[in-house]
Design a protein around this ligand. Structure first.
Ligand SMILES: NC(=O)c1ccc[n+]([C@@H]2O[C@H](COP(=O)([O-])OP(=O)(O)OC[C@H]3O[C@@H](n4cnc5c(N)ncnc54)[C@H](OP(=O)(O)O)[C@@H]3O)[C@@H](O)[C@H]2O)c1
Length: 211
């Protein structure tokens, strides 16, 4: 799969690196440092391009920017009509403290309104970036950590499911895009558990049933 990474920071850099190891062709974009994009590209046998060039030929586009940069990155990406867009963003304020949207809408639903012709799916917003390489390194272990994904487009969800598999997590379908109203606050719980305690940031989760 050709994957465009729009936002090559902690999440985009880690996911792109893992997907390259899993055999995908990855293009890194959207950083203030072209050197950083080039280093990521070099390390992954991938490419460093502008957001528009990266997105143009991509089979899947990861959006991994701070919520305050959404308008900017979408403006630079050009048309994403018909593209599978994987959103890992949490709609946080500048301090990364509070959600700026919620209860009756969500970041994902707002993004969907801005990209009505894109095939939006949400994933990777409930895993700390620090856990990604550790999970990938143990991808043959069982049981695997789970990862929630959700959306309204079945084909986009199938792409997300495959990309989650490729990172070593067990995909857990959480339903429709409107579930974002509930998953985005849950993502803040995972962040608090990862960064607020003393156990380290390599936090994973599994939902189980007793019978
Ligand atoms: N980090 C996590 O563990 C985690 C977990 C779940 C969800 N999320 C969500 O995932 C999204 C990405 O988080 P992250 O931690 O990966 O963020 P990050 O490390 O700050 O990466 C954001 C990327 O956007 C780029 N950027 C910021 N301002 C820019 C500008 N003015 N022009 C061009 N590029 C710019 C950054 O560039 P530079 O390279 O120049 O810094 C960086 O490459 C956020 O919405 C976050 O809430 C994060």
């Amino acid at each position: 799969m050709k994957i465009a990474i729009l936002g090559s920071g902690r999440m985009g850099g880690a996911l792109g690196t893992i997907w390259a190891k899993a055999g995908h062709s990855v293009t890194f974009a959207y950083s203030r440092s072209s050197r950083k994009l080039e280093d990521l590209a070099k390390a992954t046998n991938g490419r460093a391009e502008s957001p528009a060039d990266a997105a143009k030929d991509a089979d899947a586009v990861l959006i991994a920017v701070h919520w305050s940069r959404i308008d900017d990155v979408l403006g630079k990406a050009g048309s994403l009509d018909g593209k599978v867009v994987v959103n890992c963003c949490i709609p946080l304020d500048e301090e990364d403290r509070d959600l700026v949207l919620g209860t009756t809408t969500s970041g994902a639903e707002e993004l969907d309104r801005r990209l009505p012709e894109a095939r939006l799916v949400c994933a990777f917003n409930t895993c700390p970036s620090e856990a990604l390489s550790a999970v990938f390194a143990k991808c043959d272990s069982s049981p695997r950590p789970q990862l929630l994904y959700y959306g309204d487009d079945p084909a986009a969800k199938e792409v997300a499911r495959q990309l989650i598999e490729d990172t070593g997590y067990e995909p857990l379908d959480a339903g429709a895009l409107r579930m974002a109203r509930f998953v985005e606050p849950f993502a803040m719980v995972t962040a608090e558990l990862a960064y607020g305690g003393s156990g380290g940031a390599e936090l994973v989760y599994r939902f189980d049933r007793l019978s």
